[in-house]
Design a protein around this ligand. Structure first.
Ligand code: HEC
Ligand code: HEC
Length: 194
């Protein structure tokens, strides 16, 4: 490789790293100003976003924009974000550690065993990863129980119409199954954060 080529490639590489770094900084500012008061709190209604995959976050924000996900609060917020802001905030959040938010683990032992059996039978790990840290599907480990129940009920009742496999899978689960699953997934925080 000629010295000039090497210099241009090094320059391009540095520029890329610089842009990615800036994206995270700008994304961090957006998060602090517009999102952290809810998503950075321990309030059970607001899902933890830190440590979630960037592609899932940006896809989801677009699902609110086009109303495939129902939440008046999030639809209003997402519609005010530009495509670049969505990209930056998603890049920032995926670069952060999930465990920095103190999520309460409210599962009892017996319930957790039920939930574990159900997810094992359900083949959920094929899409959500061995430790539920996300694969083709989003990260679930340690997510807040109330939010998980709401999300799964949304698939069951088809009010959340973002993903047909999840909708098909969850028509077959009872309310009790769903709360057992949610309690188990929430309890995985202790495993993945230590
Ligand atoms: C007033 C509180 C509030 C604020 C501020 C807020 N959100 Fe939300 N957000 C919610 C609620 C409530 C939900 C759950 C809605 C649902 O069930 O679909 C949610 C859900 C989400 C989800 C879906 C998470 C998942 O696991 O599927 C994403 C992504 C999200 N918000 C991103 C953001 C971003 C980015 C901002 C800032 C620009 C923001 N939110 C600001 C309340 C808020
Ligand atoms: C074929 C792949 C696949 C399988 C199998 C699967 N999921 Fe999913 N799951 C996904 C995808 C993709 C999404 C995101 C869809 C969306 O945008 O709503 C998702 C979303 C979810 C969500 C919502 C997360 C959030 O932050 O809102 C939960 C909870 C969930 N899955 C639990 C499960 C459980 C429990 C099982 C097993 C019984 C399971 N999934 C099986 C692919 C899968």
């Amino acid at each position: 490789m000629k010295p000039l080529e090497l210099i241009s490639i090094t320059f391009l590489l540095m520029l890329t790293i610089q842009v990615q770094g800036n994206e995270r900084i700008w994304g961090g500012q957006i998060y602090k100003e517009k999102c952290a008061q809810c998503h950075g709190s321990t309030d059970p209604r607001f899902p933890v976003l830190q440590g979630q995959h960037a592609s899932y976050l940006s896809m989801t924000l677009h699902s609110y924009i086009n109303s495939r996900r129902q939440s008046t609060t999030m639809i209003n917020i997402a519609r005010k974000l530009s495509p670049l802001e969505i990209q930056f905030v998603s890049t920032y959040l995926s670069s952060k550690k999930f465990c920095s938010i103190d999520v309460i683990i409210d599962a009892k032992d017996g319930i957790m065993i039920e939930g574990k059996t159900i997810v094992q039978r359900g083949g959920c790990r094929n899409c959500h990863g061995q430790n539920f840290q996300g694969l083709a599907g989003p990260r679930l480990a340690g997510q807040k129980t109330d939010y998980l129940i709401k999300a799964l009920q949304g698939y069951k009742t088809q009010s959340r119409r973002t993903h047909s496999p999840m909708t098909q899978i969850f028509t077959n689960y009872s309310r009790q199954d769903i709360s057992d699953i949610a309690a188990y997934l929430n309890s995985l925080k202790s495993k993945v954060c230590n």
